[in-house]
Structures are given as structure tokens and as C-alpha cells.
Design a protein around this ligand. Structure first.
Ligand code: ADP
Length: 247
């Protein structure tokens, strides 16, 4: 089922989406280096899996991409613009990136349709347009029959698909997902990855943090972090030259 009619067609777009330049993120007055000098680019339309063991810096990196935090040093550029000097950060978060984060849970007292709709508040859409878009997305993600259910009445896999629908509500260029298949049953994992595959085909840039190597292998590129540094960067099985790879 193509998603083309609900997402922008960016198939011919080959620009650099994200540039990570010597990015470090320190906590506790420098005692913790969550990221320790990371440099790489993500092209528009790429599907990137970020892997690494717990504490490697994956979530920190995703939060920086989302504009939820700022690097201690170094820069992140979005389409050539320094995110640290971005004047429209709220709009960036709302419309340019879609977030599927474990921290951003669904609101339990709102049904699935309204949980998707609230992502569109403040974007100038009429209530009718928001409702129509929400219905359309939930339908695309196989949740038409669950639109009226609240999160506690949905399975884990259904909740995750609602979260994805919400992330896609404003047609983001980039989908940022933190452990999108974590704690899901195999059928739901396959469903979520199928959705990502369709989004990828339609040109959406996907950055997906996972500690599941099988899930990561579905991405076209895998970047591995270890102790805040890039130790592997592979595109379709080819190791990319990286200054910070181990000798
Ligand atoms: P991952 O997502 O790979 O598990 P994180 O990016 O969450 O790793 O964390 C990287 C390191 O930074 C860990 O050592 C973690 O404890 C630390 N860290 C993350 N956030 C904070 C914070 N707000 N304050 C202090 N340390 C943090």
C-alpha cells in the first residue's frame, strides 16, 4: 500500500539532511561524555540505524537531532543551517521532524484519533482537516477500527503505530525513532518495519535507534556508537572511511 499520497514526494531530493560536525555532549560538568566528538552526514532519504550498547550515546544523539537539547561543542546542521542558531525551533520540532520517542507517550485519556490530532494543533489546520488527516493516517497504518480507542485499550503494537501516525501527522521530512520496535511482539515489529520501508520508499529520511541488530539490518546504513564515538559506519555492507574508527 503506497503512502505517496500522504507524504511529500522527495524521491529526487539528494541534499544533505543532517550534518554532525565534531559533536560532543557532556553531562555532570564534563564527567560524563555521552557523545565524544562525532562527525558524519545523513543524506536526504537515507534510512539509518544507530546501534550500540546501552549508554553508548544513541538517545543523546537523537535528542540533539530533534532539537530537544544542544551539543556541548560542535554543530548539527539541518539542510545547511545550524540547529543551534535556528530561529524556528518550535516549528522545526513540530513540522520538519517526526518523533517516535519512548519519552513521548500517548495521552491515555484521549482516543487514538485525538492523540494524532493534537500533533497538528497550532499548524493552521481547521479541526475538520485535522480530523480527516488523523483518520487517513490511522487508516494507512491499519488502525481505522481502533481510532476511537484510548491507549490503555490498545495493544503495544497498536500504540506504537498510533505514535508513528502522530509523528507523521505534519508530513515531516525526517522521522526520528528511539527503539521503535522495543518490547513489541514479532508481528508488530514486522508491521512497524513495513511502515518504515514504505516511508523510506517515499523519500522520508529515517534515523532509528535500536539495540536490535536484526532490526538495524533493515536500514540501508548502520552507524555504531561506542562510548560516545562512531566505531562503525556501514552502507549496504561497505565500511565507510571514518577518522574516528578504531585502528
Ligand atoms: P543510549 O541511548 O545509547 O543508551 P544515552 O544517550 O541515553 O545512551 O546515554 C549516554 C551516556 O550519557 C550514559 O552514560 C548516560 O548515563 C549519560 N546521560 C544521558 N543523559 C544524561 C543526563 N541528563 N545527565 C547525566 N548523564 C546523562
Amino acid at each position: 500500500m503506497p503512502l505517496r499520497h500522504v507524504y511529500r514526494d522527495r524521491a529526487t531530493d539528494a541534499t544533505l539532511e543532517l550534518e554532525v560536525q565534531e559533536v560532543a555532549k557532556h553531562y555532570e560538568r564534563g564527567a560524563v561524555a555521552a557523545l565524544d566528538g562525532v562527525t558524519f552526514n545523513i543524506e536526504s532519504g537515507e534510512w539509518v540505524g544507530i546501534v550500540g550498547s546501552s549508554g553508548a550515546g544513541k538517545s543523546t544523539l537523537l535528542h540533539l537531532f530533534a532539537g530537544l537539547d544542544v551539543p556541548t561543542s560542535g554543530r548539527i546542521l539541518v539542510r545547511g543551517q545550524d540547529l543551534g542558531r535556528y530561529h524556528h525551533l518550535a516549528a522545526y520540532r513540530r513540522t520538519e521532524v517526526g518523533l517516535v520517542f519512548q519519552l513521548h507517550n500517548l495521552l491515555p485519556h484521549l482516543d487514538a484519533r485525538r492523540n494524532v490530532e493534537i500533533a497538528m494543533f497550532g499548524t493552521g489546520h481547521t479541526p475538520g482537516a485535522r480530523r480527516a488527516r488523523s483518520r487517513e493516517l490511522l487508516g494507512e497504518l491499519g488502525l481505522a477500527a481502533q481510532a476511537h480507542r484510548k491507549p490503555p485499550e490498545l495493544s503495544g503494537g497498536e500504540r506504537q503505530r498510533v505514535a508513528i501516525a502522530r509523528a507523521l501527522a505534519n508530513r515531516p521530512r525526517v522521522l526520528l525513532a528511539d527503539e521503535p520496535t522495543g518490547s513489541l511482539d514479532p508481528e508488530s515489529v514486522a508491521m512497524v518495519l513495513g511502515i518504515f520501508e514504505r516511508l523510506h520508499e517515499d523519500g522520508t529520511t529515517i534515523v532509528m535507534v535500536t539495540h536490535d541488530l536484526e532490526v538495524a539490518s533493515r536500514a540501508e546504513r548502520v552507524i555504531e556508537l561506542r562510548a560516545g564515538r562512531v566505531v562503525r559506519d556501514e552502507r549496504s555492507g561497505v565500511l565507510t572511511a571514518q577518522s574516528d574508527l578504531p585502528a
